[in-house]
Design a protein around this ligand. Structure first.
Ligand code: GDP
Ligand code: MG
Length: 147
């Protein structure tokens, strides 16, 4: 049953985090409303905080980037909302909904345009591929937490 839940992630599921800046700024409700209003169904969700080790593992792909230390510091400084979302074409559609990494370049109406502070503190995470969606979802949730 647990394996089945993760298999179902491929193609129609993505993983998101409402990052510490957006939580601090009081945007959890507004962001969840944008997400569900765009047709995403929440199939797993938790309010949690990343440890340094969690953040270093989650963002391991960026470990050679000059901003890695800052990124880990930022992502661990307060609570986040982690969620798995379901919708046809979830990964691509969610990346469109959140907008460009840098909110100054994000399209009008996108979550980052509306709620991000800057390129570092940009309100939300969205998986960039089906494979990463499955890996990132499994990083945060056990099978029995996914509905
Ligand atoms: P994303 O896929 O749009 O989230 O962007 P990336 O995968 O390129 O980067 C991952 C995360 O690292 C971003 O969402 C930002 O939180 C952070 N980040 C990206 N570029 C920078 C930067 O130039 N400086 C800092 N401090 N953080 C950055
Ligand atoms: Mg990325």
């Amino acid at each position: 049953m647990f394996a089945q839940n993760f298999e179902k992630m491929t193609g129609n599921r993505t993983f998101t985090m409402i990052k510490p800046d957006a939580v601090e700024n009081g945007y959890i409700g507004a962001i969840l409303e944008k997400i569900t209003g765009a047709g995403f169904k929440i199939v797993a969700m938790k309010y949690t905080q990343l440890s340094k080790r969690d953040a270093e593992e989650f963002y391991a792909i960026h470990k050679e980037r000059p901003f890695f230390g800052e990124l880990v510091e930022f992502m661990t400084r307060g609570p986040i909302v982690a969620a798995i979302l379901e919708k046809d074409n979830a990964v691509e559609d969610f990346r469109a909904l959140i907008g460009a990494t840098n909110p100054e370049e994000a399209a009008e109406g996108t979550i980052r345009k509306l709620y991000a502070s800057n390129i570092a503190e940009n309100a939300v995470h969205g998986s960039d591929s089906d494979d990463n969606a499955a890996i990132e979802g499994a990083f945060h949730f056990s099978g029995r937490e996914v509905f």
